[in-house]
Design a protein around this ligand. Structure first.
Ligand SMILES: [Zn+2]
Length: 410
């Protein structure tokens, strides 16, 4: 299964054994983990989170739930997983025990396979489903929400920003042309081949999201949901999606962080053709800040990866990751570049298909951010391509970024 490197290092909590594990690529898609063994306790952490012998994030040893099974995280909080047909091959979902049933938090992607796993899980529960909470509109989160709400005749809880975006995306273009899409991708520097394929596309969102209920219950910043004996407070994150809801329970010290804060990969922060002039990176960096004030031992329960502690540290790392990208782009754009030209500056891997689509969106989110900061200026060349040029002189950035080069695909 993997190499084992037994050395002793000193970490903040004292001596421990450090074991390097290389998981099978197919199984985990996360390259190296370090397992820190303390007497009677062990933690798993990605290699990138260990610096100078100090572990930055800790992964309490919960059993990763197998398909159709639940792992108890805390009193009344259960973790389950659903498969995803992407490089990112799973999503974490949660069940919160209510007095007379369970609330579901996120639902998995639409389609029969996930629906069947839900049936297996719900059959094993001794209580019905009493509500469905969806953190945000992406298909792996909202995909089964409509089917579950309909089967159990229970309300759908979402923020207004996410609910209406989801309804809109599922409804499609409604006869409007895709001219803005084509103009957008042309402006990023893509060739006619890509644009021709774009004309044939469509239907992706509705094919992976079951019909969305025509009514919802609104979540908003600060709203408190009482589920069982616990109070869960809504905290909003923006940038990865319009108005992403996280749920925080102070009593349990748990944050259901959705895709807003992930332990091992950076959530996709993208500008898409729907709003080409958006500045989601500013939204993201701004809305990460309030989460730094959560108590240090808060357990982050993310939508992808493993439950972890060290939320504030992780936020610092995500923030540094984006700022490093911004500095690298500013340096590179001393020669005017398109968003497509900037891809090798940001990504070290080969890009095609969906990866290219998400990478371009991420590239443009950084370029737009710098443009609004006045650090880049944008000009349109004769073939409709935006070229971004650095304002003033900049020096080559120092430092590097060891953030996993992995994509959110949903
Ligand atoms: Zn997402």
């Amino acid at each position: 299964m993997g190499g084992k490197l037994g050395v002793r290092i000193n970490v903040q909590k004292g001596p421990c054994e450090l074991v390097l594990l290389r998981y099978s690529y197919r199984q985990y898609k996360i390259i190296n983990h370090i397992v820190l063994y303390y007497p009677g306790k062990s933690f798993r952490t990605p290699l990138g989170n260990v610096q100078r012998g100090v572990t930055l994030l800790e992964y309490p040893e919960y059993d990763v739930p197998k398909e159709g099974e639940l792992t108890k995280i805390a009193d009344g909080v259960f973790w389950l997983r659903m498969p995803l047909p992407f490089e990112l091959n799973h999503i974490n979902l949660y069940l919160l025990e209510d007095n007379n049933g369970f609330f579901i938090v996120d639902t998995g992607i639409g389609g029969r396979r996930t629906a069947e796993i839900w049936s297996t899980i719900i059959d094993r529960l001794n209580k019905p489903i009493t509500g469905v909470i969806v953190t945000h509109m992406h298909p792996d989160h909202i995909g089964q929400a409509g089917a579950l709400c309909e089967a159990w005749k229970v309300p759908l809880y979402m923020t207004a920003g996410e609910y209406f975006a989801a309804r809109t995306f599922r409804a499609g273009a409604q006869g409007a042309t895709n001219r803005p899409d084509i103009e957008h991708y042309r402006s990023l520097g893509l060739g006619e081949d890509f644009l021709a394929n774009l004309s044939k596309g469509g239907g992706g969102y509705s094919s992976s999201v079951e019909p969305i209920p025509v009514a919802f219950t609104r979540l908003y910043e600060g709203r408190v949901l009482t589920i069982g004996e616990r109070e869960w407070q809504v905290m909003i994150g923006r940038g990865h999606s319009p108005e992403h809801a996280c749920l925080y329970c102070a009593e349990l010290g748990i944050l259901l962080s959705g895709d807003h804060i992930l332990p091992a990969i950076s959530p996709n922060i993208g500008v898409y053709s729907t709003e080409p002039t958006a500045n989601p990176l500013a939204d993201y960096l701004t809305t990460l800040v309030p989460f730094k004030s959560l108590p240090k031992d808060t357990l982050g329960c993310p939508a992808h990866g493993l439950p972890f502690t060290g939320i504030s540290t992780r936020i610092d790392k995500l923030t540094a990751h984006h700022h490093q990208h911004l500095l690298e782009l500013q340096f590179a754009c001393q020669t005017p570049l398109s968003a497509k030209d900037c891809l090798p500056v940001l990504f070290k891997r080969e890009l095609s298909g969906n990866h290219l689509f998400f990478a371009l969106a991420e590239s443009l989110s950084h370029l737009n951010y710098l443009m609004y900061e006045g650090k880049l200026e944008r000009n349109t060349d004769s073939d409709g391509v935006y070229r971004f040029r650095t304002v003033g002189e900049v020096t080559e950035p120092v430092g590097d970024d060891d953030e996993a080069d992995q994509f959110m695909q949903v």
